[in-house]
Design a protein. Structure first.
Length: 416
């Protein structure tokens, strides 16, 4: 395909096309960063107003009961569950990925050591999202019992690195930088064969690619709602534990929201029997309420339909970049195989940072990740095929005119 009309024809035939109407996206902006912060669903503004004026303003403290605030982490968890292959009462929406990972790793290490006390190693990838590695390091230091974080440089080395000393495999399903995706079922099987537990991070998977946690027999998972799920900046994350492991879940952040009877106000902590024990303290209710607006859009389609369009968008983008921009030093770092690709396409360029700033100045919003990587996310709920075509033409223009060489594009903000 090399003509904009062909892209427009794909949009006309796109069964997901009408869903774009449900997002507050400014015309003139090509947004290819929904993998980092999703676009607001239009419903979010009125929902926020209703929560603030009605539930908070009129309802006041009564809304913990009358609006059901207290039950939202579980209720929204159940609503999110079908997107990740989870069953009823296996997911709660709460806290951040970093905090949830701390809880999950603590619980998982305990279970692993009850089975086999000599297992002291957490295996992960050096290319994992840094907070995952930082949290593991912090927990290891805190426990001070000789645990070790073993990092591999390539995904292919994971299998070899997991051995009789491994307690956990801490794996991010889709790599944030390259968009490379693991085979969750196959890797979980290998981790189990070696006698370890599998902890999955779904930050770049939930709402982006098909996930079947129970089908894969995974042990624990965390993920966030502000990326592909369009929950809003800093909206609460989620945590999944299958029913058979919930009883064994004991986590150090034993706050009152995880108590079996929080309003008994007793001095001794007793965990909730089920998924509730993953909660810690009072949640950001306004932000959490908006998570539902994002989830409601997913309820109108299927993960299979989203996946089909996501791959078509990233295929088209890769194809156009490699044909329309072939004289420029852009190197694809995302796997070409569909089974190994998430919902993004990343290219390396020697001046990746500057090129991305020049694109953003032209209203093509992707982002930049060290080192030298231009990252473009594809969110089939609101991204059109013509957006892909136009983005590549603007990229071509930025490279051809060397617009990226303007000095202002070399300046770095606090967030890249
Ligand atoms: C985005 C992301 C996070 C973010 O963690 P927070 O604690 O929610 O800020 C963590 N892990 C991965 C793999 C991510 O992609």
């Amino acid at each position: 395909m090399n003509h904009r009309d062909n892209a427009a024809a794909l949009d006309r035939d796109d069964p997901l096309g009408p869903l774009r109407e449900q997002f507050a996206l400014n015309d003139g902006v090509i947004y290819l960063d929904g993998n980092s912060l999703g676009v607001p669903p239009k419903a979010a503004a009125s929902r926020a107003a209703a929560i603030i004026a009605g539930e908070w303003g009129d309802g006041l403290i009564r809304s913990w009961n009358t609006a059901g605030w207290f039950a939202w982490p579980k209720r929204l968890g159940n609503k999110l569950a079908p997107l990740i292959g989870a069953a009823e009462d296996e997911v709660v929406v709460t806290d951040t990925i970093s905090i949830n990972l701390f809880k999950v790793l603590s619980a998982a290490l305990r279970v692993a050591n009850e089975r086999d006390p000599k297992r002291r190693v957490i295996v992960s990838e050096r290319s994992n999202f840094p907070t995952d590695l930082y949290i593991a390091q912090g927990l290891i230091e805190q426990l001070d019992r000789g645990y070790e974080l073993r990092l591999v440089d390539h995904a292919s080395e994971l299998t070899g690195a997991i051995d009789e000393n491994t307690a956990l495999g801490m794996i991010t399903h889709v790599n944030y930088r390259t968009g490379a995706m693991h085979d969750m079922a196959a890797l979980t099987r290998i981790i189990h064969e070696k006698g370890a537990l599998a902890v999955w991070d779904l930050a770049h998977s939930a709402g982006a690619v098909p996930v079947d946690l129970n089908g894969a027999n995974a042990d624990y998972a965390v993920g966030c709602t502000y990326k592909y799920l369009n929950g809003g900046p800093g909206s609460p994350a989620f945590i999944w534990v299958p029913k058979h492991l919930q009883g064994a879940f004991s986590q150090p952040l034993s706050g009152w929201w995880g108590h079996k009877k929080p309003f008994d106000m007793v001095p001794e902590y007793r965990p909730d029997d089920g998924i509730g024990r993953f909660l810690c303290g009072t949640q950001p209710i306004i932000s959490m309420g908006l998570v539902e607006c994002g989830l409601d859009v997913f309820g109108q389609t299927s993960v299979a339909a989203l996946r089909r369009k996501s791959l078509a968008l990233s295929d088209l983008f890769i194809d156009l970049v490699e044909t329309r921009c072939r004289e420029f030093p852009l190197q694809l770092v995302t796997p070409r195989a569909h089974t190994e690709r998430g919902s993004q396409a990343s290219f390396e360029h020697p001046h990746g940072y500057e090129v991305m700033q020049a694109l953003i100045a032209r209203n093509v919003i992707g982002d930049y990740r060290e080192p030298r990587i231009l990252r473009f996310g594809f969110t089939p709920l609101y991204t059109r095929y013509v957006d892909v075509w136009d983005a590549v033409e603007i990229l071509r223009d930025v490279l051809e005119t060397e617009a990226w060489r303007a000095p202002e594009y070399a300046e770095r903000g606090a967030v890249t």
